[in-house]
Design a protein around this ligand. Structure first.
Ligand SMILES: [Zn+2]
Length: 138
């Protein structure tokens, strides 16, 4: 008898740019500084963390890792005048590092965040960035 592995229903849903936009308050609806619960997270650009953040501070919304993409690109996508660490860098969901990110939100105000872990040869760096919905692109 074949062993059947049940589908992993706990896996976070995959969000593309449109789904990510839909999962967050529309631009302008959420103050960029957040609420009393999340205001300590001032991270318009990427910030390093000692460890990934989760509940009760943040609630999981999903992932930007396309489950059908076995080799997510290392290519970055930037608007003119911005770069990886720029506070106005695009949140380009199909490009590095967003294609490796998990998506979170602040439960009271809905402000969105992305997190990923950069693993270099001699270090591991957990990073977080608040999502400005106006910067989300494919
Ligand atoms: Zn908040």
């Amino acid at each position: 008898m074949a062993l059947r592995v049940p589908p992993d229903t706990d896996a976070p849903p995959w969000l593309d740019a449109a789904a990510l936009r839909a999962a967050l308050p529309a631009a302008g609806e959420s103050p960029p500084a957040g609420c009393a619960h999340c205001q300590s997270l001032a991270c318009p650009g990427w910030e390093s963390l000692p460890a990934p953040l989760g509940p009760p501070l943040l609630q999981a919304l999903g992932t930007l890792c396309d489950p059908s993409d076995t080799e997510p690109t290392l290519t970055e996508r930037h608007a003119p005048g911005t770069h990886f660490w720029h506070p106005r860098a695009l949140v380009a969901t199909r490009y590095f590092p967003y294609n490796r990110c998990s998506v979170w939100c602040c439960p009271p105000c809905g402000r969105g965040f992305v997190q990923y872990t950069e693993a270099g040869g001699y270090y591991v760096d957990h990073r977080i960035r608040a999502i400005d919905p106006a910067l989300i692109v494919d």
